[in-house]
Design a binder for this molecule. Structure first.
Ligand SMILES: [Mg+2]
Length: 389
């Protein structure tokens, strides 16, 4: 056994579960069908009956193909040392599609390894990552724009549920006219009242039409309505554009949800291209990668708010991460999608003051509903009878 620390809990199999056919809570664009088949859960199984949960923001087919490469490198190993074992996967897969679906699937493996190691140690992941700075975090309701009337209704409903803060984003904002943008922001501002309002332009949408001039003018519009941050105002790859915009913007600039690997954030952070760093734990490389970006952002004086439009395993990972970073005080929360509500054995809900408790149980601190998982298509790899070279 490849271990230096002594646990004899060994991974014997991996099960991928394709989340499809449900309502994600997203209502933007014409590619909703595509959107709803982009998420895959991972269940790592051990010889002791313990299971570890992970999540990857990619389809079941891509996840299965990536896992054919990755699984032989960790099946049969101990669950010790989640970070070193994950780095081994990054290094061994270096020449085969790093930064794409491979990195996304390594995210799921890393989260599941942390979950298992937490269960073996009897500790929440936040403790194993160095300690918990908080037991609760401030979630914001993340909602798609629509008509002005729709915007008013969804924001009002979120506030009535107890959310303190709200983010609105994507079409039609940025796609119709300055007048439409101004109206949507004004309605949102009125509906949010004294809570924080964030606006997400959705610059990672296909063929996002705007560049610096629009972003700078819109940043001023948002400042006039006391918006807390302006998210993805530009194509995520336009680092020069972000650097310039951030120097001149009267509101905080946020981005990062589509980037993968810690190396992709290095220049973004070093060149002060943003104010709020938003990696997605289920894409970027998992909790280990997100934690490193988190500390780099802390040292640079930036805010860290994980991107959270995925599923309940991603949310649980974000909560553990938020507990282990001193400056991660907010998380994105989509409580309406089926992948948040259907999969969990139990419930997770806002506390009366609008805060969200960070689970204190072992690992991620959640249990999934096995009957619910069984309703989705699955792929199984690396059973004990496998004979890998
Ligand atoms: Mg976004």
């Amino acid at each position: 056994m490849d271990t230096a620390t002594g646990s004899d809990v060994t991974i014997i199999g991996a099960r991928l579960i394709g989340l499809q056919g449900r309502d994600t809570g997203a209502a933007w664009g014409d590619d909703v069908h595509e959107q709803e088949s982009r998420q895959t859960l991972l269940v790592l199984e051990t010889g002791d009956g313990l299971v570890g949960y992970g999540a990857a923001y990619t389809s079941l087919g891509l996840a299965a193909a990536a896992m054919e490469l990755l699984a032989p490198w960790f099946i049969g190993t101990s669950v010790d040392e989640p970070e070193r074992r994950t780095e081994q996967l990054h290094q061994r897969a270096y020449w085969q599609g790093r930064g794409g679906a491979l990195t996304t699937v390594i995210s799921a493996v890393n989260i599941a390894l942390w979950d298992l190691w937490g269960k073996v140690c009897g500790q929440p992941i936040g403790v194993l990552m160095g300690g918990r700075y908080r037991d609760r975090v401030r979630p914001y309701a993340s909602l798609p724009f629509g008509t002005a009337e729709h915007t008013w209704d969804v924001v009002t409903a979120a506030r009535e549920k107890g959310y303190l803060d709200v983010k609105l984003g994507w079409q039609p904002f940025g796609w119709e006219s300055v007048a439409t943008d101004e109206r949507l922001v004004r309605v949102a501002r009125d509906a949010v009242g004294d809570g924080r309002l964030m606006i997400d332009a959705g610059g990672s949408a296909a063929f996002w039409p705007h560049r610096h001039a629009w972003a700078r003018r819109t940043a001023q519009l948002l400042a006039d309505h006391d918006v807390y941050w302006f998210e993805e105002p530009l194509d995520p790859d336009d680092l020069d554009g972000y650097r310039t915009l951030r120097m001149h913007s009267p509101v905080r600039i946020a981005t990062g949800e589509v980037l993968t690997r810690r190396q992709s954030y290095r220049r973004l952070i070093a060149d002060r291209c943003l104010d709020v760093v938003q990696p997605d734990t289920t894409k970027v490389g998992g909790l280990s990668e997100a934690r490193r970006i988190g500390w780099a952002s802390h040292d640079a004086g930036l805010e860290y708010v994980p991107h959270g439009w995925n599923n309940v395993v991603g949310l649980a990972a974000d909560l553990q991460l938020a507990s282990a970073l001193p400056h991660c005080r907010q998380i994105e929360y989509v409580d309406s999608g089926d992948y948040m509500t259907e999969l969990l054995d139990g419930t997770m809900s806002l506390e009366p003051d609008g805060m969200l408790a960070i689970p204190a149980g072992s690992g991620l601190g959640i249990t999934l509903d096995t009957d619910a998982l069984a309703r989705f298509p699955q792929t199984t790899l690396g059973r004990p009878d496998r004979t890998d070279a």
